[in-house]
Design a protein around this ligand. Structure first.
Ligand code: ADP
Ligand code: MN
Length: 176
C-alpha cells in the first residue's frame, strides 16, 4: 500500500465516558466537512463486539476486526474518531489528539443522569481522577499532537469547538 500524505487531518477525540466526546464530535462534524466516527457504534454495526464482560458491564471489543473496518475510512483524512481509548489505534492514523477533561462532580452528575451506578460509576470517576486516558494518549502519541480540553460548561463546549476548528485551519496551512 502506498502512503500518500493527507491533505486534511484525522482527529482523535478521547477521554473518560461522559466528558463530552460525542457532543464535541457531533458539533464539529456539523461545522466542518469532517466525518464523525463513533467507534462504539461502528463496532456494533460491523459486529466487532464479542461476548459481554460481566465485570465492566459492557461487551468486549474485537480490536483487530475494528481496525480492519476503519483502515479504509482513515486513509483520506477528514475523520473525527470518538472513543474512550486510544492505545490500540495505529499511531500513523492521527494528526491531532484531543483529550477531553471534566471536573469530577460535573462528571458524576452526567454519569448518574446516564443511569450509571455502583462499580461502573465509581470506575469511570476514578478513570478521570487518575487521568487514565490522558496518560494513555501521551504514551501512545507524540506529545506535541496531544492537547487537553476542559469541558465542564456550555461555554467551554463552544470554546473547544472553536479551538479545534482553529487547529484544523492551522494544520491545513502548515501542510499545503
Ligand atoms: P461522551 O461521548 O464523552 O460519553 P457525551 O457527549 O455523550 O459524552 O456527553 C455526556 C453528557 O454531558 C450529555 O448529556 C451531554 O449533553 C453533556 N455535556 C457534554 N458536554 C457538555 C458541556 N460542555 N456542558 C454541559 N453539558 C455537557
Ligand atoms: Mn459518546
Amino acid at each position: 500500500m502506498t502512503n500518500h500524505p493527507r491533505i486534511i487531518p484525522n482527529l482523535l477525540v478521547t477521554g473518560t465516558p461522559g466528558v463530552g466526546k460525542s457532543s464535541i464530535s457531533r458539533l464539529l462534524s456539523e461545522r466542518t466537512n469532517f466525518t464523525w466516527r463513533e467507534v462504539s457504534k461502528l463496532a456494533e454495526e460491523h459486529n466487532c463486539l464479542d461476548e459481554y464482560d460481566p465485570e465492566y458491564q459492557c461487551p468486549f471489543l474485537n480490536e483487530d476486526k475494528l481496525l480492519d473496518v476503519m483502515e479504509g475510512m482513515m486513509a483520506k483524512g477528514g475523520n473525527i474518531v470518538d472513543y474512550h481509548g486510544c492505545e490500540f489505534f495505529p499511531e500513523r492514523w492521527f494528526d491531532g489528539v484531543f483529550v477531553i477533561r471534566t471536573n469530577n462532580t460535573v462528571l458524576y452528575d452526567r454519569l448518574t443522569a446516564r443511569g450509571y451506578t455502583g462499580k461502573k460509576l465509581q470506575d469511570n470517576i476514578q478513570c478521570e481522577i487518575f487521568e487514565t486516558l490522558l496518560e494513555e494518549a501521551q504514551s501512545s502519541y507524540k506529545p506535541e499532537i496531544v492537547q487537553e480540553l476542559q469541558n465542564d460548561t456550555e461555554e467551554q463546549l463552544q470554546k473547544n469547538i472553536d479551538t479545534i476548528i482553529e487547529w484544523i485551519e492551522r494544520w491545513k496551512e502548515n501542510n499545503l
